[in-house]
Design a binder for this molecule. Structure first.
Ligand code: AP5
Ligand code: MG
Length: 187
């Protein structure tokens, strides 16, 4: 079972992805977490990605595509995974499709977390006060929201014809949203 969590920054992809991955017993692959870890240890990937992330821009596909391929090819992701934060561009979506198709697999569900922009900003600003995420600044939040609208939201149209897109109201309690996701995907 491969499930993609799609949604704006702050929409709850990480929060719901963790609950879902635990319930299904599959790994959650989060490109943002992998990149943040790489930045922290200053690997070549991290040094390359840092500037883009701090500004709230997408890390270029030239860097991300091989990262996605590596993650999907790991043995623990052979039977399924929750994809959190990728694909984010058309090229990434094609790579995911192609990689799964080569294994006679496919994306089973796309969950589109729908949260109003004022609430997204409230959540990210709230998190900024607790955790130190270098892209939870007002300027980077603005760029992340714009980048989502321009580059990532259009991916919904890529999946709609397959009949696998579920729109999930992303406001309310974490538990209620998790219950709704369970209902939508039937497990
Ligand atoms: P990434 O790490 O993916 O961040 P993001 O998309 O900006 O989203 P967030 O992680 O901020 O939010 P989320 O949707 O996971 O929500 P969360 O559960 O945390 O990407 C970061 C950067 O890395 C990108 O800008 C880019 O530079 C780079 N990058 C990553 N992947 C890439 C890719 N594939 N290609 C290119 N570049 C890439 O929740 C948010 C907050 O709200 C939390 O504090 C949480 O506790 C709270 N919350 C959650 N649910 C609720 C609720 N129901 N009610 C109230 N509060 C809630
Ligand atoms: Mg996240």
């Amino acid at each position: 079972m491969f499930i993609l969590l799609l949604g704006a920054p702050g929409s709850g992809k990480g929060t719901q992805g963790r609950i879902l991955a635990d319930r299904l017993g599959v790994p959650k692959i989060t490109t943002g977490d992998i990149l943040r870890a790489a930045v922290k240890t200053a690997t070549p990937l991290g040094r390359e990605a840092k500037k883009f992330m701090d500004e709230g821009k997408l890390v270029p596909d030239a860097v991300i595509l091989s990262l996605i391929k590596t993650e999907l090819d790991k043995p623990e992701a052979k039977e399924g995974a929750v994809l959190d934060g990728f694909p984010r561009t058309a090229a990434q979506a094609e790579l995911v499709d192609r990689t799964l198709a080569e294994r006679a697999q496919r994306l089973n569900h796309v969950l589109l977390l729908d949260v109003p922009e004022e609430e997204l900003i409230r959540r990210m600003s709230g998190r900024a006060a607790q955790e130190q995420r270098s892209d939870d600044t007002p300027e980077a939040i603005k760029t992340r929201l714009q980048t989502y609208r321009r580059d990532t939201a259009p991916l919904v149209a890529h999946y709609v014809p397959r009949g696998i897109v579920h729109r999930v109201p992303g406001t309310g309690t974490v538990d209620d949203i998790a219950t709704e996701i369970k209902r939508l995907i039937g497990r």
